[in-house]
Design a protein around this ligand. Structure first.
Ligand code: G3P
Length: 212
């Protein structure tokens, strides 16, 4: 299973990349706006740290998305062009497949959207589970449905579990065999911790000091 970080903050990426567990980054326009830094510069810095960096198109029509896909993919070989799940987005996925541009389809909320994106040639699809949970649904049910469908075909498209909110999301995604989870920095910080690890270290240190 690959771990991506859901952020537009280069320092956060550098920190978790140093743990040796980071396979990529997913940015989106909201995350980039929050950091207030130059988009291209941010993406390029991240490309030096990890092999997959999703850069999202902001156009909503095919011509505009196509232009941005060509531009972003020319920046660095680690760029993955992120495209929203719309019919214009599907045309863009198909265009990118022809041109050998890697893509990540964002804002997936149903299995039918997942199927269409895969058939149009998406390298990655991103179902948003936290936002489904927020809306009173069970986002993990969608991941189970998609993974069941994927087990019956030979799609090359990877399933990326997005909009994760807590450690259980990551564990459940792994149990279902999802290929990737994208994890916000605050959630990444929680994953290595356990209170018994902390108290265990404290006791080892104290016991060792008592015989020095
Ligand atoms: O990668 C998708 C992610 O950025 C959406 O997360 O927390 O805004 O639902 P969230």
């Amino acid at each position: 299973m690959k771990f991506f970080m859901d952020t537009a903050n280069v320092d956060q990426v550098a920190e978790c990349a140093a743990w040796g567990v980071l396979d990529g980054v997913t940015t989106n326009p909201s995350l980039v706006a929050k950091e207030g830094k130059d988009f291209k510069e941010t993406v390029l810095k991240m490309c030096e740290l990890v092999p997959n960096v999703s850069a999202q198109v902001t156009a909503t029509d095919f011509e505009g998305m196509k232009k941005q896909a060509d531009e972003y993919s020319s920046w660095h070989k680690h760029v993955v062009v992120k495209v929203p799940m719309t019919t214009e987005g599907l045309k863009t996925l198909s265009y990118c497949r022809e041109k050998g541009i890697r893509t990540n389809t964002t804002l997936i909320f149903s299995a039918s959207q997942a199927l269409l994106a895969a058939k149009a040639g998406a390298s990655i699809i991103s179902p948003f589970i936290g936002r489904l949970d927020d809306a009173g649904e069970d986002g993990m049910v969608l991941i189970a449905e998609i993974m069941e469908i994927w087990s019956q075909y030979n799609f090359e498209t990877e399933v990326l579990v997005a909009s994760t909110r807590h450690p259980r999301h990551i564990i459940d995604a792994a149990r279902l065999g999802a290929h990737i989870a994208t994890i916000p920095y605050a959630l990444f910080q929680k994953l290595p911790n356990h209170p018994l690890t902390d108290s265990g270290i404290e006791k080892f240190v104290k016991d060792w000091e008592s015989v020095q």
